[in-house]
Design a protein around this ligand. Structure first.
Ligand code: IMP
Length: 178
C-alpha cells in the first residue's frame, strides 16, 4: 500500500467485479442505441477504459475536460470546460462517465451544458457516490459504490495530480492535505 494511503476502501478485484456488472447492465439497456460515452477528464479515464471493455456493444468514446479542485480537496463550485467534445450529440443517447459524485455541482453543470445540445437522452454513470456531501440533487442512473465522506485517491482519482495510478481506491491520510 502507498505510504500516503491510510486504508484501502475498494480493492482491484472488487472494482473489477462491479464494473463487469455495470457494463452488462448498460449493454442490456443500450445495445441498439450506439450511445456516446463521455468520460469526464481526468478522473474517469481508468474507469472509462474498463467500463467500455465490459460493454459488449457499439458505442462512441468521447472526452470532456473540466476543471476541478486545483490542489484542494473541496469544490469551489466553479466548473470550467477545458476540452470540448469532438462530435455533435444532437439526437444521440449520451452516457456521462464520472469517477465520483460528491457535491454534485460538476455533474449538474455538465448535464445542463450537454442538454443544450439536444441529445436524445442523457444518463449518468458514476463509479463512486458520496451522498453525504451532496449540495445539489443529481440523478445518477448507474452507480458503482456508495462510499462514506472521506477523500479518496487511486483508480484515476487524484490529489494534486498524484495517486491516479494506484490500482485500488484508498483513503488519503489527512496529514497529506492538511
Ligand atoms: P462534485 O462537483 O463536488 O460532485 O465533484 C466532482 C469531482 O470532484 C470529481 O470528478 C473529482 O474530480 C473530485 N472529487 C470529489 N471527491 C473526491 C475525492 O474524494 N477524491 C478525489 N477527487 C474527488
Amino acid at each position: 500500500m502507498h505510504k500516503d494511503v491510510g486504508a484501502i476502501l475498494l480493492n482491484e478485484a472488487e472494482i473489477k467485479a462491479r464494473i463487469l456488472e455495470m457494463g452488462a447492465e448498460i449493454a442490456a439497456e443500450y445495445k441498439d442505441k450506439n450511445p456516446v460515452m463521455i468520460a469526464v477528464l481526468k478522473g474517469s479515464f481508468i474507469f472509462m477504459a474498463d467500463l467500455v471493455r465490459a460493454m459488449d456493444m457499439p458505442s462512441r468514446i468521447e472526452f470532456l475536460g473540466v476543471s476541478s479542485y486545483g490542489d484542494k480537496t473541496t469544490t469551489t463550485g466553479a466548473v470550467q470546460i477545458t476540452r470540448d467534445l469532438d462530435c455533435d450529440i444532437e439526437g444521440r443517447h449520451v452516457i456521462v462517465v464520472e469517477d465520483i459524485l460528491d457535491s454534485g455541482l460538476t455533474l449538474s453543470y455538465l448535464i445542463s451544458y450537454l442538454q443544450n445540445r439536444k441529445p436524445a437522452s442523457v444518463a449518468i454513470c458514476t463509479l463512486l457516490d458520496k451522498p453525504e456531501r451532496r449540495k445539489v440533487e443529481v440523478d445518477a442512473r448507474y452507480k458503482g459504490f456508495t462510499i462514506p465522506d472521506a477523500f479518496v485517491v487511486g483508480y484515476g482519482l487524484d490529489f494534486a495530480e498524484q495517486y491516479r495510478n494506484l490500482p485500488y481506491i484508498g483513503v488519503l491520510k489527512p496529514e497529506v492535505y492538511a
